[in-house]
Design a protein around this ligand. Structure first.
Ligand SMILES: *Cc1c(COP(=O)(O)O)cnc(C)c1O
Length: 377
């Protein structure tokens, strides 16, 4: 069986995880966490990076930092992971879903303004498949209406928009290091990226159970105490050490993934328009090959396609069921405008196996199975 994903692993993780295990500090914010923070601050160019146990928790921290109150409205696509919405629902927000663009599956920036009301507080663009949303338009809208932007860049590490790293553009942003993403901190993990300096001090407090412990360690206060709401949003040093082994070779991982992605893209060029659509990368966007997907003609055809691949030992999978069609999405969210593309495009999309270290023979087997499936589907 050819799996859909294998967690990224380079071999460099071992020495770092062992070093963390044998050090005198395995709890959060040790040496490896600091090294990771420095890497992100330098590479992304954010004011502050804070590792979290998951991207979900980085998004929860964002909602706390923005002081989301019951009744506040948060605009996002319906075609996203549940955590994008849940982080804000936990604070009592109402989720306002806007339709996506069919070319990138990202929120349609031209539809956002019509969804803004006096209660709107945040726009959450999700960079699907590591391909950037139209951030210039989104940031201009946010400025015009005094809104915050939280980039859900869970899939977007190492991607850029007009030369700028995804995660460096909104007021706040997050990456995920879940094992299904391009880089992992040992199965689960995330990072909160802070681009607006005003949030840095409070973020450190919220992440440390509502205490000013970080300031205490830096000698800025003479005792540490409970000063705000908070939770425990620190990953262990073992997670940071695992991630650090991958950050050291982040460019190499990115290059390898892009080569696999480009090989798929070339292999299916001849099918474009003949019952198959390939991904579109807009001008100005450099992507990280997080995902390789195809779009078929219909839900029925996609099911037959997935079955055909499965019969040949290839795991291909569909993706999000739009949140507004879920029980909780209906309860806490509202779709503004028409659902022209969200449901119809999501039903046609299927993701092919891709992982760091996938060899050409394995990829050729997938390509061959896809060619076969297209004949029978
Ligand atoms: C993976 C993902 C998340 C959640 O990441 P975790 O680290 O698993 O919490 C959130 N949003 C999007 C778009 C994702 O792809």
């Amino acid at each position: 069986m050819i799996p859909f994903n294998r967690p990224p692993y380079t071999g460099r993780e071992d020495e770092h995880v062992l070093a963390a295990m044998r050090s005198s500090k395995m709890s959060g914010d040790g040496d490896y966490t600091k090294r990771c923070h420095d890497w992100f601050e330098e590479q992304v160019g954010c004011k502050k990076a804070l590792l979290t146990p998951s991207c979900t928790q980085a998004l929860e921290m964002a909602a706390l930092l923005l002081d989301i109150q019951p009744g506040d409205e948060v605009i996002m696509p319906s075609y996203t992971f549940v955590s994008t919405a849940n982080a804000f629902v936990l604070r009592g927000a109402k989720i306002v879903f806007v339709d996506i663009r069919p070319d990138t599956m990202n929120i349609d920036e031209r539809l956002i303004e019509a969804a803004i009301t006096a209660k709107t507080k945040v726009i959450v663009p999700v960079h699907y498949a590591g391909v950037a949303c139209e951030m210039d338009s989104i940031m201009a809208l946010a400025e015009k209406h005094s809104l915050y932007v939280v980039e859900d860049a869970a899939q977007g590490m190492m991607s850029t928009y007009k030369g700028r790293a995804l995660g460096s553009i909104g007021h706040l942003a997050s990456y995920s290091f879940h094992e299904t993403k391009n880089y992992t901190s040992g199965g689960e993990g995330g990072v909160l990226l802070i681009n607006d300096e005003r949030f840095v001090a409070r973020a450190e407090i919220i992440r440390e159970k509502g205490t000013n412990r970080s300031q205490f360690w830096r000698g800025m206060v003479d005792k540490y105490t409970w000063v705000d709401v908070g939770s425990s949003y620190l990953p262990s040093e073992l997670q940071a050490a695992y991630l650090y082994g991958q950050l050291e070779v982040a460019g190499q991982i990115n290059t390898a993934r892009r080569a696999i992605w480009s090989r798929y893209q070339a292999a299916f060029a001849a099918f474009e328009g003949k019952g198959l659509e390939r991904p579109v990368i807009p001008v100005g966007c450099e992507h990280n090959a997080h995902m390789y997907y195809l779009k078929l003609c219909s839900l029925q055809q996609r099911s037959a396609f997935i079955d055909s691949l499965k019969a040949r030992g290839v795991m291909a999978v569909f993706h999000y069921v739009p949140l507004h069609s879920s029980p909780c999405g209906a309860q806490w969210g509202e779709f503004k405008g028409d659902d022209v593309f969200t449901t119809s495009e999501s039903e046609r999309l299927v993701r092919l196996p891709i992982w760091y270290g996938m060899d050409e023979a394995t990829q050729d087997a997938v390509i061959e199975s896809v060619r076969h499936a297209l004949k029978v589907a």
